[in-house]
Design a protein around this ligand. Structure first.
Ligand code: HEC
Length: 344
């Protein structure tokens, strides 16, 4: 091969994936989403691979077409919301909601309206007004800033997402640990991540709540869990958080959703949530979280153990509630998993 043909071959190799992606992007909105899961061996069938739209363009489109109902901040409280009756426009910044929808499902809801997804007719269809690429830009905007399963579990190939209403045993354990639960604390959205074979670079695929698909997820490949909640830290507005637990139930990470918060509040939230990693789990199952002692400055002896500052103690207490609710949801998930795999 001459240098020139080599160069051409290299150039082609670079361009082909771009062309393929462009074709995919064009084709994606038209392709019928593969939701009907025929083969239990292929849980990835629930997810149609889509090239990301442009969230910035999406934000502008959102302001024009969606903010009137879903609110300028996308949290569901637009000026038209009150007149619609129930259900209210969805809070599009809710982690738990977003985890339970694939990109293809968001696209269907926007293009085909609520009725295309078996939901309320008050969510209008936009396919007649907006070209398909605009709809994908809106999907990108809705997704923007959402934690991805891969961010917490880079090895994840699949994940499930399900809302658990706590059973009587769970409620008893929880109330004994944290006191009476508010009405909306009786349930929890749980994501469970699994490793396994996947194409390098592919996002983990959502596995729908279908017994045949779930049976294909091997318990020994389980990586951990994500729980979603809102937490009210002392002196700060309520923030949505995502709690990542490893497969033994220890805290792997806690991340807040910070958009919409003032700069000083962001710092305060980040400070109160830093450093919980490793608490709970097998070492201390069902334990309250403790405000983490600040790491000693380099070269200095660890500071003498003092009681947590008042804010810190309150923050730890506030965080213990969603933490134990996530643990409880994981207990229920594991129970169902054992029942699915008893014959393995
Ligand atoms: C006339 C008011 C109205 C407008 C305008 C509107 N929506 Fe909605 N939307 C709703 C309501 C109400 C729901 C809740 C439907 C339900 O839960 O049954 C909803 C639900 C949704 C959902 C969730 C669907 C699901 O799977 O549960 C998405 C996503 C969404 N809207 C996106 C958008 C986007 C993007 C726009 C702008 C292009 C938009 N909406 C414009 C009222 C509206």
């Amino acid at each position: 091969m001459t240098t020139r043909t080599l160069f051409l071959a290299a150039l082609l190799a670079c361009l082909l994936p771009v062309a393929a992606r462009a074709a995919e992007r064009k084709a994606a909105p038209l392709a019928a989403p593969v939701v009907a899961p025929a083969a239990p061996a292929a849980p990835a069938a629930g997810a149609v691979r889509v090239v990301a739209g442009d969230a910035t363009r999406g934000a502008a489109l959102y302001g024009l077409h969606c903010a009137s109902c879903h609110g300028a901040d996308a949290r569901g409280g637009g000026p038209l919301a009150a007149g619609l009756g129930a259900p209210a426009p969805t809070d599009l910044r809710d982690f738990a909601f977003l985890m339970q929808r694939g990109d293809d499902e968001l696209q269907q809801a926007i293009a085909g309206g609520g009725k295309a997804r078996g939901r309320s007719y008050t969510m209008p269809a936009f396919a007649a007004q907006l070209p398909p690429l605009d709809v994908w830009d809106l999907v990108a905007f809705v997704r923007d800033g959402q934690p991805s399963v891969a961010e917490y579990f880079p090895a994840a190939a699949h994940f499930t997402a399900k809302t658990y209403a706590f059973d009587a045993d769970g409620l008893r354990r929880l109330e004994a640990a944290v006191g009476a639960l508010a009405a909306d604390e009786g349930k929890m959205v749980l994501v469970t991540a699994y490793g396994g074979d996947k194409v390098e670079g592919d996002a983990p695929a959502y596995v729908a709540d279908d017994p045949r698909l779930l049976a294909s997820l091997k318990p020994k490949l389980k990586l951990g869990y994500l729980g979603f909640a809102k937490v009210k830290l002392p002196g700060l507005p309520e923030v949505p958080i995502c709690l990542a637990l490893d497969k033994d139930g220890a805290v792997a990470r806690v991340t807040p959703r910070l958009d919409g918060l003032a700069e000083k509040d962001r710092e305060a939230v980040a400070k109160l949530l830093a450093g919980y990693e490793g608490q709970g789990g097998k070492k201390s199952p069902y334990a309250e979280l403790k405000f983490p002692a600040p790491a000693p400055a380099k070269g200095k002896k660890p500071a003498p153990k003092k009681d947590a500052p008042k804010d810190g103690a309150e923050a730890a207490k506030a965080l213990t509630r969603p933490y134990l609710r996530t643990v409880e949801a994981a207990v229920q998930f594991d129970k169902e998993e054992r029942e699915r795999h008893w014959a393995d």
